[in-house]
Write a new protein. Structure first.
Length: 242
């Protein structure tokens, strides 16, 4: 039986680690949008590259629960974060548009897995009377880190491979924090799945709202930096071969 202090320490570690992941994502999303704009890909290719992350994220959200049930939370977290690190590293080497589409989708899948693993872990470990406070802290940390991550654009030259290495380092830092925790992970149990058709019939407005919100948010994060780059709001970098 874990002590309350041990559980709180574990919860803090998970929240900080996920905030570090969001820091990387905030930078990565803005950086890749600017990088694609600087590479002068045609509109269709640029859209596919920028949207592939969200396609992978959606797929990960739908599928990663089975991986968690099969291998447990810590191994699943390591697998998801490791896949994001590997795909990010490969993007610095494989610079063709199709390669970037595939690799960005893998990053999205890995990030979705990290979030689902973390949130299910927090849901089990947080006491019922503290769950609201835990998840509010988790969300605040996520959004603050997401905003700060985008500010890193002003600090790091977007040409070359250095931005990819910075993102890899942040993902790896979060992985180290979680994989070295001394607290016991939750016991994994199989759960019944709610059919999506049943969910849509039970709460159609909520489902539609989630879909519209996802479309708007993903479009904003992916396309606004590129739009600002083209309008000259963000200083245009020198041409890159990417």
């Amino acid at each position: 039986m874990q002590s309350s202090d041990s559980m709180r320490a574990q919860i803090r570690t998970l929240i900080v680690a996920t905030s570090v992941i969001q820091l990387a994502i905030g930078f990565f999303t803005t950086f890749i949008s600017l990088r694609v704009a600087a590479a002068n890909f045609n509109t269709t290719l640029a859209g596919l590259i920028l949207s592939s992350y969200f396609a992978g994220f959606t797929w990960g959200a739908l599928r990663c629960a089975r991986i968690i049930e099969r291998v447990g939370h810590i191994r699943a977290y390591a697998a998801f974060a490791g896949s994001a690190i590997a795909a990010t590293a490969a993007m610095a080497i494989l610079t063709e548009p199709v390669s970037w589409m595939i690799l960005r989708a893998i990053v999205g899948f890995g990030c979705a897995g990290v979030f689902v693993t973390t949130e299910s872990w927090l849901n089990v470990k947080a006491q019922p009377r503290e769950r609201g406070r835990v998840f509010s802290t988790y969300m605040v940390g996520n959004f603050v880190a997401l905003a700060v991550g985008q500010l890193l654009i002003a600090r790091i030259e977007i040409q070359g491979s250095k931005p990819f290495h910075a993102i890899e380092a942040l993902f790896a830092l979060a992985l180290i924090m979680v994989s070295t925790t001394r607290a016991e992970p939750p016991v994994v149990t199989a759960t019944d799945k709610l059919p999506y058709g049943e969910l849509a019939r039970a709460a159609p407005i909520a489902v539609i709202g989630c879909v519209v919100n996802g479309l708007l948010a993903s479009s904003f994060y992916a396309l606004v930096p590129a739009w600002m780059h083209d309008r000259g709001v963000i200083a245009k970098p020198s041409h890159c071969s990417c």
